[in-house]
Design a protein around this ligand. Structure first.
Ligand SMILES: Cc1ncc(COP(=O)(O)O)c(C=O)c1O
Length: 442
């Protein structure tokens, strides 16, 4: 089916009609800024199974967006859906405690090195907010180090220097705090110190320049949101040591790396234990659930009712059931699903790299596999945000549109997500279509 669609070249008249209609009721026709695709327009879908999603025009697409990452088992995994259906037959939200919530917390405690205590929430953005509040309170210090190009959700106090232009960002050694769009008050970022990533000297210099003022350092352990860049060897360890030395909380934003890179997150993968971390996305396979995870000392203010964190929909029955089922599937048969995910995604990366070597366009693949970045980039080194500005974004947008016409759904920013439902046949089809799309771009 998908092969035939490729030969045909896809078109999307129904999606276009719905998209026009949506713009008259939904702001921008969407419910999240990241869904506002312009080439050709936001697409409308009606069903999805495994690695495939079908749009309202009946086109079958191999999906590497996985709904921005959560669908680690692919769409509509039968065990996840069965667990959710069973759970909601008994109610949807007790706003009181229930056994499964504790069982899930215990499972995560077993897997995540820093998980002495947990709190469930509904989105990554709000869990980041809670982590910063706790870090400031426990450390007694207001300033937070945040890295240029890292995304920690859309709330005010981290909505700075997410993807600034070079002009706006200023000097590399002393980057400006650039608000992420309008309506973000400059004062909200007053206590943020923005630094280039992967540069330990910059971190040491910031701690030295603000003695007794820095309460936390927040980082994506892999810079997934811009270029999927790995930390330099030893970088995370050195961040740990610097935070210890200056008595600041080390916060890992594991919204993308959590569960996906390793069930225990990047902290277990790299062997560096933060004080606080945030899990979400793949945790509940597409149901709204985040987990704020931390050492007892940093979570104790919640127990003592000194710092507030709340949420009407937190730990709802469907999300908790989905998370338990996701972990069950990922841990079954000694981690067979995870091994499949790694094998497929590594093969895809290797074949894309081989294609890049033989193709005149400067294609670059970066990242561990379960998530990775693809883009057009001439230079050798990409270790921090400013290097990612040299990716040819316009060409990649065109590439995405060509891939869509060939039945492959991609995220316009270059991040690819692979699931345990993708197979080697998907890899083969994807490579064939990628080659064809690249040839069209020449
Ligand atoms: C690293 C990171 N942190 C935080 C968030 C925000 O999570 P949510 O969209 O669940 O609010 C995201 C979302 O993409 C993310 O990638």
């Amino acid at each position: 089916m998908a092969g035939m669609a490729h030969e045909r070249g896809l078109s999307y008249p129904q999606s276009e009609r719905w998209s026009e209609r949506a713009r008259r009721s939904l702001a921008g026709g969407v419910s999240s800024q990241f869904r506002m695709s312009k080439d050709p327009h936001p697409m409308f879908y009606e069903r999805a199974v495994g690695a495939r999603i079908w749009d309202v025009d009946g086109n079958e697409l191999i999906d590497y967006t996985l709904s921005q990452g959560p669908l680690i088992l692919g769409h509509s995994h039968p065990d996840v859906l069965a667990a959710v259906k069973e759970a909601i037959d008994r109610g949807q939200l007790y706003a009181g405690q229930f056994e499964e919530e504790v069982v899930l917390a215990e499972a995560l405690q077993r897997l995540i090195p820093s998980a002495e205590r947990l709190r469930f929430g509904s989105s990554g953005s709000e869990a980041v907010h809670a982590a910063l509040r706790l870090a400031r309170y426990v450390s007694g210090k207001p300033k937070i180090i945040k890295f240029e190009g890292h995304y920690h959700g859309w709330l005010d106090n981290v909505s700075f220097s997410v993807n600034p232009s070079l002009d706006a960002a200023g000097e590399r050694e002393a980057p400006r705090r650039v608000p992420w769009g309008g309506g973000v008050p400059q004062e909200a970022g007053r206590d943020l110190i923005v630094l280039p990533w992967n540069d330990l000297g910059a971190v040491e210099a910031a701690f030295a320049a603000h003695p007794g003022e820095i309460g936390a350092l927040i980082t994506e352990p892999i810079m997934c949101n811009q270029g999927c860049i790995a930390p330099r060897p030893g970088f995370l360890e050195c961040l740990r040591a610097a935070c210890d030395r200056y008595e600041a909380a080390l916060i890992f934003d594991e919204i993308i790396t959590g569960i996906r890179l390793d069930l225990g997150g990047a902290q277990r993968y790299y062997g560096v234990t933060p004080d606080l971390s945030i899990f979400g996305k793949a945790l509940a396979s597409g149901f709204p659930l985040s987990a704020l995870v931390g050492r007892e000392r940093f979570m104790a203010p919640l127990e003592r009712n000194e710092v507030y964190h709340a949420g009407t929909l937190n730990a709802n029955n469907a999300s908790v059931a989905a998370a338990l089922a996701t972990l069950r599937v990922l841990e079954a048969d000694d981690g067979a699903a995870q091994r499949r995910l790694w094998a497929t995604s590594r093969e895809l990366c290797e074949q894309l790299r081989a294609l890049a070597e033989s193709h005149p366009l400067p294609l670059r693949v970066s990242g561990p596999g379960p998530m990775f970045h693809l883009g057009f980039h001439e230079r050798g080194d990409v270790t921090e945000y400013r290097h990612t500005l040299e990716y040819d974004g316009a060409r990649y947008q065109r590439f995405c549109a060509l891939m869509l016409e060939r039945g492959v759904r991609l995220i316009g920013r270059g991040l690819w997500y692979v699931s345990a439902a993708h197979g080697m046949d998907d890899v083969a089809m994807t490579i064939e279509r990628t080659r064809d799309a690249l040839d069209q771009l020449l």
